[in-house]
Design a protein around this ligand. Structure first.
Ligand SMILES: [Zn+2]
Ligand SMILES: [Zn+2]
Length: 312
């Protein structure tokens, strides 16, 4: 199984277009040692030719470009060449995306679906609750191409292709996107995913989690690689950008440090790779030489960046 981190920032990306916090300004001026990051998405593959995308962000154009490169080099076909008209059964049209899986219906995870409208059909995997919330977007997409909805039952391992299977993991969050706030709260409205490769390797992707419960910790512990919500360093971090009413937890994200912080939990796990992703632009972890970064690395935990790839 291969995994590629296509984007590693929370909603808005880093730097965020309308933000001039210390981190965002430092990124623009080059005065801080930081990497720019697109909004969080992951690609997983069992053959490195077709990829399962977890979340379709507004940055999906850059994400698809990243996926297309090695496929074109390895395939040797017409991909990447000049358009020569459509040939039935040929490779003039081809996509590196086998399907999209959604963890929730938030726009930073779903708006990119609309940019896939040129396709000849798209398979989307999600829980029934996420499909319900994302219905307006999927209805628009469905006017341009057939959308094949594959409903995932939480806790049930489901084969994706001959190489991979996936299981949706409820996170305890029932947060709904603002555009779907009228819907009833559902425990399967925000999930993580457990991918299992043919050889038994396990990858957990958990970009939005309000609390690392004992059940979730058991899942992380059984994984070879755990990608975990690193949105905010502290619960009150949004005060840095004048939004003290928006705590990390109120946005559905357990902070890295402070009461209920995820770092002490991750530090104690034997999971070979533990990686923070979905970082908000306010997070001091973004700064490569920060005390925050040093503390996380000393605990054996990594910080994701765009383009990070690993084989499991
Ligand atoms: Zn997000
Ligand atoms: Zn900022």
């Amino acid at each position: 199984m291969w995994a590629r981190i296509l984007g590693s920032a929370a909603g808005g990306g880093f730097p965020q277009w309308n933000c001039s916090c210390r981190n965002c300004d430092g990124a623009r001026t080059g005065r801080l040692p930081v990497r720019a990051r697109t909004q969080a998405a992951l690609a997983v593959s069992g053959d490195r030719r077709g990829w399962f995308l977890v979340n379709a962000t507004p940055d999906i154009g850059a994400h698809l470009a990243r996926l297309a490169e090695p496929a074109a080099a390895a395939g040797g076909g017409s991909a990447g060449g000049e358009a020569r008209g459509s040939t039935a059964g040929g490779e003039i049209r081809r996509s590196p995306v086998r399907a999209v899986l959604l963890t929730d219906a938030e726009l930073d995870h779903t708006a990119g679906l609309l940019s896939l409208r040129e396709g000849d059909g798209l398979t989307v995997y999600a829980t029934a609750a996420v499909f319900r919330a994302a219905a307006p977007l999927l209805a628009i997409l469905g006017a341009y191409q057939p959308v094949l909805r594959r409903v995932l039952e939480p806790g049930v391992d489901t084969p994706l292709d001959g190489y991979l299977s996936v299981r949706a993991l409820p996170t305890g969050s029932t947060k709904l996107p603002r555009y779907a706030a009228h819907l009833p709260a559902d425990p399967a409205g925000v999930v993580g995913y457990v991918f299992t490769g043919r050889g038994g390797a396990v990858l957990v992707y958990l970009p939005c989690v309000p609390e690392l419960t004992p059940d979730l910790v058991t899942e992380l512990e059984a994984a070879d690689c755990a990608l975990v919500d690193g949105t905010c360093w502290t619960d009150d971090e949004m005060a840095l950008v004048g939004r003290p009413e928006k705590t990390s937890r109120s946005m559905g994200h357990a902070p890295v440090t402070g009461p209920g912080g995820t770092l002490p939990v991750l530090a104690g796990l034997a999971t070979p790779r533990r990686i923070y992703t979905h970082l908000n632009n306010t997070n001091p972890l973004l700064v490569e030489d920060s005390a925050a970064r040093r503390a996380v690395e000393a605990a054996g935990v990594e910080v994701a960046h765009d383009g990070m790839e690993f084989a499991l």
